[in-house]
Design a protein around this ligand. Structure first.
Ligand code: CA
Ligand code: CA
Length: 74
């Protein structure tokens, strides 16, 4: 792997991680509390806004996440 390839790889990861982290970090203290992490993951998965995350909703979220990662990793 060349330095250019390495930087492209790290850069893509950073670009993906930064907005994701900021989205989770509700009070912007640059740390994720358990509450912030759980709330965001829960709301991200619970697409129909009820009080439960079904297996279907979880699978949908997981598929979307993998899709994102595959796009950035080429
Ligand atoms: Ca926080
Ligand atoms: Ca639901």
């Amino acid at each position: 792997m060349s330095m250019t390839e390495f930087q492209a790889h790290v850069g893509a990861d950073f670009l993906f991680a930064e907005p994701l982290f900021n989205n989770y970090d509700v009070n912007k203290d640059q740390k994720l509390s358990v509450q912030e992490f759980v709330d965001n993951a829960y709301h991200a998965m619970n697409t129909n806004g009820d009080t439960q995350v079904t297996r279907h909703e979880f699978d949908h979220y997981y598929t979307q996440l993998l899709h994102h990662l595959n796009q950035h990793h080429g």
